[in-house]
Design a protein around this ligand. Structure first.
Ligand SMILES: [Zn+2]
Length: 123
């Protein structure tokens, strides 16, 4: 049995279409067209999807935090690898971030060092 895709108008075998369990019928777009349609939709709605994801994360911060903590405990090596990857992927901005942090905290850091040296001398 074949079916004509409503999008590309091609006659295709039924297994080229997704079967919708709920309505017990095949989707009117073939799998390929559906995939493209979704990709397009995601591109068009990227802003909205991101905003929604961010909002969702903020609203469920506690849940995510607990989840993250659990995950970190369970997979410390993965986290380490991930952090390292992030660092190397973003080395320029990481360097900048560190330099900026240093500039902001310079006085405090230098004071700490001075204190440390004084303590060492006195002991
Ligand atoms: Zn199609």
């Amino acid at each position: 049995m074949e079916k004509i895709c409503a999008k590309c108008k091609q006659e295709l075998p039924l297994d080229a279409f997704h079967f919708i369990e709920k309505s017990k019928r095949y989707h009117s777009y073939c799998k390929k067209c559906r995939k493209e349609y979704h990709k397009e939709w995601r591109n068009k709605n990227r802003e909205r999807i991101n905003t929604k994801a961010r909002k969702n994360r903020e609203e469920n911060r506690e849940i995510y935090r607990a989840y993250d903590a659990k995950w970190r405990l369970k997979y410390p090596d993965k986290i380490k690898a991930q952090n390292e990857k992030y660092y190397w992927d973003n080395i320029e901005s990481e360097r900048k971030r560190k330099a900026e942090w240093y500039q902001r905290n310079k006085k405090r850091i230098l004071a700490k060092h001075r204190e440390y040296r004084l303590n060492k001398k006195n002991n």
